[in-house]
Structure formats: C-alpha cells, structure tokens
Design a protein around this ligand. Sequence first.
Ligand code: FAD
Ligand code: DHB
Length: 390
Amino acid sequence: MRTQVAIIGAGPAGLFLSLLLERLGVESVILELHTRKHIEERVRAGLLEFNTVQLMHELGVGDRLRRQGLEHGGIELRFNRHGHRIDFRDLAAGKCVTIYAQHEVIKDLVRARLATNHPILFETTEVLVHALDSTAPYVTFQNGGVSERLDCDFIAGCDGFHGVTRAVIPAGALTVYEREYPFGWLGILAQAPPASKELVYVHHDRGFALLSMRSPEISRLYLQCAPGEDLAQWPDDRIWSELHQRFATDDGGQLTEGPITQRTVTGMRSFVVEPMQFGRLFLAGDAAHIVPPTGAKGLNLAVADVRVLAEALGAFYARGSSDLLGQYSATCVRRVWKVQRFSWWMTQLLHRFPDDNPFDHRRQLAELDYVTSSRAASQSLAENYVGLPV
Ligand code: FAD
Ligand code: DHB
C-alpha cells in the first residue's frame, strides 16, 4: 500500500487531521488499534472550545452537534458553600463552549471519513514505523491476520499517550517535561437531570468536585480521589454522599441522584515532549502532551495541533515548501505551554493537596475570591477556558 500521509490512531487528532487533509487534497490512510464500536463508545471528554465547534461546522460534520450540543455561556466556581458565576459571553467577546461527548465527535468524524472512501484500518496491531530520517518512511503492521506495509511521505503519530510512535524516537532526541499530581478523579455518568444548567467547579475541604452533563437527562460528575483509588471501595451510596457534601451550599440547592451507568478512576499528570517531530514523524495530541483534565483542554489541544500540521502538509504538497513543516513543533509548543499553564493553574486552584498546610489553603481561597471578584482575573480565566485564538 502507498499513501501520502500515514496516520496512526483514530482519536480526535487522527480523525480531524484526515478530514483537514482531505479538504486540501492530500491522501491519508488511518491505522487504528481498536474496533469502530470500541472507539465510538469510549467515554472521555465532553467539552468543546469555541474553535473546535467552528472547525466541526467548517468541515461539514456539525449537524448532530448543532442539534444535540449544549452551549454554555459561563461556569460556576463554588467555594465556602457559595457559587460565583464566570460569564464567558461578557468576558470573552461573546464566545461560549459546547458540551458534546467526545465519542459523539468520534462518530461524526468516522462517518465523514468513511464517506470519503479513504480507509480507516480498524484492529490494526503490531504497528511499527521505519526510516523516519529518510524521505521514504514506511509503516509495518498486522491487519486481519496479514502482515502489511504502508509506504508514505510522512507519518502522523496520533496514537495517544500510550501509543507506539513517540516510543520509537531515540531518547536523546526528545526532552520530556513531566509532573504527576498526588490525586485522581473518580468520574461517573448518572441517569439524573443535571442540578445546574452550567458546569460547577467546587473547591471543598474534602477535595475538588465537578458537575458536568451529557444531556438534559444525564449528569457527568467527578470527584477528587487518591490516584489509584479502588472503585470497589466506592459503592453508589458512598459516591452520592461524598458528592452531596462537596456540592452543598448555604442556599440549599440539591444534586439530583440517579442510577450510575459508568464509573472510572483517572490519574492526573502534566506531560510535554519537545520537539514534537523526529524526521518525517510528526506527533500530535496526547502522543505529545497530556494535561490534567481540570481545564477540559486535552481534546481541544489535539485539534489545535492537527490544524497546524494539516496546513504545513498542505503547503508541502501545494508549493513544495517545507518551511511550515520545519516550524511545526515550535508553532504547536507555544500553545501547548500556554494550555499546560492554564490546566495546571485550574488544578492547583481547585484541588486539596495531601501536604497542604493552612497557609496554602487560605491562599487558594484568596485566589478564588480574587478570580471571582476582579474583572481582570475572571477575564483571564474566561479567555483561556473558551480557547485561546488559533
Ligand atoms: P486519543 O483519543 O487517545 O486517540 C489515540 C488513538 O490511537 C486511539 O483511538 C487508540 O486506540 C489509538 N492507538 C493507540 N495505540 C495505537 C497503536 N499502537 N496502533 C494504532 N492505533 C493506536 N479533553 C477535553 O478537551 N475536554 C474535556 O472535557 C476532557 N475531559 C476528559 C475527561 C477524562 C476523564 C479524560 C480521561 C480525558 C479528558 N480529556 C478532555 C482529554 C481527551 O480525552 C484527550 O486529550 C483526547 O482524547 C486526545 O486525543 P488524541 O487523538 O490525541 O488521543
Ligand atoms: C468535562 C470534563 C472536564 O475535565 C471538564 O473540565 C469539564 C467537563 C466533561 O467530561 O464534561
């Protein structure tokens, strides 16, 4: 097989890249480890930045998003049992964010990709990338019990944090910046109407909590827990009891309970590799960086990377120019670090750290008071949350 760009991974990065390239007349083949059903049902992110929503419309994959997405013009920060609204439309030039589940985005992108008659090879195993420092790289893999080889001009490593492409780069060629957090998130989906129309981020003595949603009938709730928390220790009534305590307000608003249909524990880390390129291999999305989920940025950052990559590949095929490809990593990394900073900032502002001393705790509360009472400070939160300009 031969193509122009071999894309490893059919997550948001790989699928958006394939559609952006299609629009520029550049051919690609996507190799994905899992089945279509698996990737279309994998529960993950839920919040799309303004720019991500715009891009889905531009690519013609926004019909269901237009009908089912929930536009949010603000969030609530809750601390000391009181809520404080951050009004994005006022503070961020009329912009808003949209709640629409990542696996719904995946369904829309997979359908559009398959309609182009260019393949996604599902259940592809033993992917290996070769000859990265030549102009003729290639990928070997197993598909349907057959060993295959895909020749290409470029390889896009869109295979997530645990993928194989980053691991192939010689250690000396990359610098890794990493930070782990001493907590994780226990996340649930519940068949319960969300108790608030907008997201609620809670700072509480017992730890952080977040109310989000997937529809007017389904709540998505998270609570800070230990990094490797054992779900067996969390029967439903313990989860609800903990959530009720953390969301409690003096005006008596109540969380709505309902059957819990899904539960997971996620660890939290900040991670960046630089550069995001080695020869003809370009890393994008979680393959190159991870943010803690507090700012809801992972998916959106993956989309920002592949916009830059698609434009650079487009320039290569249209004009034979490698300039933008040469600048790919530097261009992406500027945004990556700003988003890392914001995600770290939201995380340290809202979570309890095991080694907190009373000073840290009072400082956090002072910062929350500042962010919710100063227009300059809340504007900084708002412009980052809705997404920095592309
Ligand atoms: P992935 O989505 O991980 O896709 C990689 C793909 O590559 C997968 O389909 C995988 O199966 C495939 N693959 C892996 N290895 C191989 C291989 N060897 N060969 C072939 N294919 C391979 N982000 C937000 O923006 N907003 C949010 O609200 C948000 N909330 C989150 C909440 C939680 C609990 C979690 C866990 C994450 C959240 N994120 C959020 C982060 C977001 O889900 C990720 O950043 C996003 O999925 C990254 O996309 P990606 O395409 O880079 O990687
Ligand atoms: C969701 C996840 C996040 O990490 C966040 O900050 C906001 C919303 C969600 O899954 O809906």
